[in-house]
Design a protein around this ligand. Structure first.
Ligand SMILES: *[C@@H]1O[C@H](CO)[C@@H](O)[C@H](O)[C@H]1NC(C)=O
Length: 195
């Protein structure tokens, strides 16, 4: 008999390690600036996103439901190219000291990556929609972005800006199919691990 806790942790590992949640091609896109585009798609309960900037600098994406300044409290995902980190932060002020990484148990992003090449910065992440204080919902979301021309993190020249992110409801058959596929993948993993 396999222990339930073993199965549970296997499923967890499968969920985090499986890079299959997000498709390679993201179907939606939104131009945020002349040099910054957000590509995205909702798959199941996850926002798959890629920010592409024609600058070399840190990038940010956040949720700030008030829709007006000051932009805090808010949550943000920051990609710091030199650290190679893409993490979730709480924003309590628009200054460096007001930007604090969330605790480890809240660092739930998947498929994170930040790379720089040929004058471009590309950040990817997959984020569970309904988590933390400010969930993302189907329909309109009041979001913020930041695009820097420098890898040194700071808000002096890079104040975040608002935008509305429209998310589709992904409860359709496509999502159901992917859920089924993932269930099969997990099952296959369990077999692979000889459970
Ligand atoms: C990050 O993206 C780059 C460029 O696409 C790729 O070469 C690299 O393997 C990726 N890293 C991870 C950890 O996925």
């Amino acid at each position: 008999m396999m222990k339930l806790s073993t199965i549970a942790s296997l499923l967890l590992v499968g969920g985090v390690a499986s890079q299959t949640i997000c498709p390679t091609e993201l179907t939606q896109s939104q131009e945020l600036t002349d040099t910054l585009t957000l590509y995205y798609e909702v798959v199941d309960n996850v926002l798959c996103a890629r920010m592409e900037s024609f600058n070399e600098g840190w990038l940010g994406f956040g949720i700030s439901p008030s829709g007006k300044r000051p932009m805090h409290p808010a949550e943000a995902i920051m990609g710091l190219p030199e650290e190679g980190s893409v993490l979730k932060y709480d924003l309590s002020a628009e200054s460096e000291s007001g930007v604090v990484p969330m605790s480890d148990d809240k660092q739930t992003l998947m498929d994170t990556n930040i790379t720089q090449a040929d004058g471009m910065t590309v950040m990817t992440f997959a984020k569970v929609l309904d988590e933390d204080q400010y969930p993302l919902v189907a329909g309109d979301n009041t979001c913020i972005y930041a695009e820097s021309t420098s890898n040194a993190f700071g808000f002096h020249n890079n104040h975040p800006h608002y935008f509305v992110l429209k998310l589709a409801d992904s409860s359709g058959s496509d999502a159901t199919m992917k859920r089924g596929f993932m269930a099969i993948a997990f099952g296959a993993m369990a077999v692979w691990f000889g459970l």
